[in-house]
Design a protein around this ligand. Structure first.
Ligand SMILES: Nc1nc2c(ncn2[C@@H]2O[C@H](COP(=O)(O)OP(=O)(O)OP(=O)(O)O)[C@@H](O)[C@H]2O)c(=O)[nH]1
Ligand SMILES: [Mg+2]
Length: 332
């Protein structure tokens, strides 16, 4: 049997396919974006450069919350509601197995069963390699591809573990924090950082015997939010109750997001935030690359460990050690 090589798509074919809503080509383009092979990166950027559209009207929603808070279940319910009003939805989902083991994909896709069969929905597990919570700067590039493909709403799921929500904050318009009922006690601690970047909080699983405690959590969070400076002037953050299981509160949350989009577009915050995010991504990538190049330069790699030893033994100061590395970098 002869080995048949798959025809490699040209950049033109990629761009055409993406703009035409071809999911298969979309998936291939995202794989290129996620790849760290230099030839893949080059092609990915040739494609991306032709897919940019700063005038698009998409809404990017970040959904964050602790593991098991009900993010995926909620996204499925919200996604189905959005599809029903005639909009196309892309979901960049955390794949639970890939977060845990760096392994297989499609776990969450299997979970969002009803949503994934909708023709106007695109679900893709995010490549979390090396990033806590499942969101990396590459997710931003994937968002841009989804927009070129004409998706109206892009939902990014991320686990709130302290860092990922900062990353997601740099690429979405609206952040919804999902909290389990009864977790209000933690308000004083780690949740504050996450609360600061939330545009709304939803108490999940507000059904059955949890309904009462969900009401209490709501008051706790409302009080908590009042103590935190507002994120966007002119936007009052709400705490809403939802049960994805019973389908309650989802329409209300979508309305809140739509209202946010209208308000922020009108007062200019929307565009300003998106420009700021592009600026951040630009510098983040430049710094990442420089760092990688610095430490992989043979002259630096060759002396790094011994310079570190000298620093640790007090022979030279950390300052001199760092400058020694810089000298080596510059000399070669
Ligand atoms: N009672 C009730 N259970 C829910 C609801 N939403 C989700 N669950 C359950 O909570 C569990 C976790 O739900 P997921 O949607 O997978 O949570 P997640 O936040 O995406 O979890 P990770 O992605 O693993 O961090 C599942 O067993 C769901 O069936 C809800 O509205 N009510
Ligand atoms: Mg999930």
């Amino acid at each position: 049997m002869t080995h048949k090589r798959r025809h490699e798509l040209t950049v033109d074919e990629f761009v055409e396919g993406i703009r035409g809503g071809n999911r298969n080509i979309m998936s291939q383009a995202i794989t290129l974006v996620e790849s760290s092979r230099p030839d893949h990166e080059k092609r990915a950027h040739a494609i991306l450069d032709r897919c940019l559209d700063t005038k698009n009207r998409s809404i990017r929603i970040g959904i964050t919350g602790s593991p098991g808070a009900g993010k995926s279940t909620f996204i499925e319910a919200l996604g189905l509601d959005i599809v029903r009003v005639g909009l196309r939805v892309a979901v960049l989902a955390i794949d639970p197995s890939s977060v845990r083991s760096g392994g297989s994909i499609l776990g969450d896709k299997a979970r969002m069963e009803k949503l994934s069969v909708e023709p106007s929905v695109f679900i893709r597990p995010t490549a979390s390699s090396g990033y806590l919570g499942g969101t990396s700067p590459r997710t931003h590039e994937t968002i841009l591809l989804c927009e070129a493909a004409g998706y109206d709403v892009i939902i990014v799921e991320t686990v709130g573990v302290g860092q990922s929500e900062i990353v997601v904050n740099s690429m979405v318009d609206f952040i919804l924090l999902l909290m389990l009922p009864g977790s209000g006690d933690e308000l004083q601690g780690i949740k504050r950082g996450i609360m600061e970047i939330a545009d709304a909080v939803a108490i999940t699983k507000a059904d059955g015997e949890r309904s009462g405690i969900a009401q209490i959590s709501r008051s706790d969070f409302e009080a908590g939010l009042r103590m935190i400076p507002e994120k966007h002037p002119g936007w009052q953050r709400k705490v809403l109750l939802t049960s994805a299981l019973e389908g309650t509160g989802i329409g209300e949350i979508w309305q809140n997001i739509v209202e946010f989009a209208e308000t922020m577009r009108k007062n200019g915050t929307w565009d300003r935030q998106r420009r700021e995010q592009l600026r951040l991504l630009f510098y983040t990538i430049a710094e990442d690359r420089l760092k990688r190049e610095f430490f992989s330069r043979p002259a630096v790699a060759a002396i790094k460990d011994s310079v570190e030893q000298q620093v640790l033994s007090g022979e030279i100061s950390p300052f001199s050690g760092a400058l020694a590395l810089l000298d080596a970098f510059r000399a070669h």
